[in-house]
Design a protein around this ligand. Structure first.
Ligand code: FAD
Length: 388
């Protein structure tokens, strides 16, 4: 087992566990402050990977997320890789399309970007800081709250240990950092899986151009189903179908897929392509969606949770990543306020941030209940994905 020292000179070491969206952005925030930053990510470096595993969800970046990016000079770098969405476009069963703007006339509220692209850009930015090291293929297995000692598993089966002054858990909805919290007294935790799953389908370009108007979030609200489509820079659209698992499972053949689309999304069949639909529906199983709430977000002066590790939310308010980005800026402001004294900053962060993150989780769940379960058409058309 290898072991590495934690302090470098008189600089404190901050270990960011998880090099996803929130972890990579957080690394920039800590590096900007002059800490020695180590990012540990279980996956290989996705910027070098031939095949990127997992899904590249399309993300709507809203005001709160952009503010955090701006703080570390990254707003333009991310926004330039995305497509502005000025309005929603509602597709009725007859194929009629009706636009509903997000804000006032001319206001561009949301920027859509694919998750992997955003992670690419953010990791690359983090690496520009000389006091930041990115460690890929490091899967956190265990850590000690008393000492900050972490144990990582490597792909060759070996283990490595390293120590940090502060561990920042940004390792997503199924956080390994959070497991240590669960063993402690007075830690509140709940998780809820919703009955719906989601599936991504691709709408290819038509004659080299977008198959639908690009600067819109396209929505097909249907009973307890919903499909949305967001534009990508390569002129494709990613369509996401939200539907109860039991409905996904009822469809078992290509013909049934077409029949289902003919009934609910007839205008999408020629745009996605019948052959592609028959094939892609069975490519990957529908994915689950979970809502996680917990408190507090810290242990002593040693560890803090941010992003989905602290608050995974269902995606019906489009604010999961945005709230995670906002975590970074709120933490940074508290660091200013309390002179980077972790023993004060961490409890204050939990005090300030838990109620706001829980509110976002509740709003997302309310929207799920209204939009999907109760099929409240007008709520859907007016509030799917908040722009704040
Ligand atoms: P993640 O993106 O999950 O990153 C966690 C990282 O930690 C990963 O890289 C993972 O490999 C790594 N990791 C995990 N375990 C370990 C370990 N043991 N050791 C080391 N590393 C580890 N949000 C929005 O704001 N707008 C949207 O429009 C939006 N749309 C969405 C649509 C869908 C269908 C879904 C499912 C989510 C959507 N979200 C949206 C939510 C958004 O994707 C998440 O909130 C965001 O990805 C959270 O970022 P994160 O960095 O906290 O976690």
């Amino acid at each position: 087992m290898e072991e590495s020292a934690h302090r470098r000179g008189d600089k404190k070491v901050v270990a960011v566990v998880g090099g996803g969206l929130v972890g990579a952005l957080n690394a920039c925030f800590f590096a900007k402050r002059g800490f020695e930053v180590e990012v540990f990510e279980t996956r290989e470096d996705i910027r070098k990977a031939k095949v990127v595993k997992g899904r590249s969800i399309n993300l709507a970046l809203s005001h709160r997320g952009r503010q955090a990016l701006k703080h570390v000079g990254m707003e333009d770098k991310i926004v330039s890789k995305g497509i502005p969405m000025n309005a929603r476009m509602i597709h009725s069963l007859s194929g009629k399309q009706s636009p509903i703007p997000y804000g006032k006339k001319g206001q561009v509220n949301l920027q859509n970007s694919r998750r992997f692209q955003a992670v690419f850009v953010t990791l690359t930015e983090a690496e520009t800081y000389p006091n930041t090291t990115l460690n890929f293929d490091h899967k956190l297995q265990d850590w000690r709250a008393e000492t900050g000692l972490m144990t990582f598993a490597r792909p060759d089966g070996s283990k490595t240990q390293t120590q940090a002054d502060l561990i920042v858990g940004c390792d997503g909805a199924f956080s390994a950092v959070r497991k240590q919290f669960l063993r402690r007294s007075r830690f509140n935790y709940s998780q809820t899986y919703i009955p719906h799953g989601y599936m991504e389908l691709t709408m290819p370009p038509r004659n080299g151009e977008f198959a639908m108007k690009p600067n819109y979030l396209h929505i097909w609200p249907r009973n307890t189903f919903m499909m949305i489509a967001l534009p990508n820079l390569d002129k494709t659209f990613t369509c996401t179908l939200f539907m109860p698992f039991e409905e996904f499972e009822k469809i078992t053949t290509g013909d049934e897929v077409i029949e289902f689309f003919q009934k609910y999304f007839p205008d999408a069949i020629p745009l996605i392509g019948a052959a592609a639909l028959r094939r892609d529906y069975f490519r990957l199983p529908a994915q689950a969606m979970v809502s996680v709430k917990c408190s507090p977000y810290h242990i002593g002066d040693k560890c803090v949770l941010m992003g989905d590790a602290a608050h995974a939310v269902v995606p019906f308010y489009g604010q999961g990543m945005n709230a995670g980005f906002e975590d970074c800026i709120v933490f940074d402001e508290i660091m200013n306020q309390f002179n980077e004294d972790f023993s004060v900053v961490l409890p204050e962060y939990s005090r300030v941030r838990v109620p706001d993150d829980h509110a976002i989780a509740d709003l997302a769940m309310y929207n799920y209940v209204e939009v999907i379960l109760f099929n409240f058409y007008f709520t859907c058309t007016f509030s799917y994905i908040s722009f704040s």
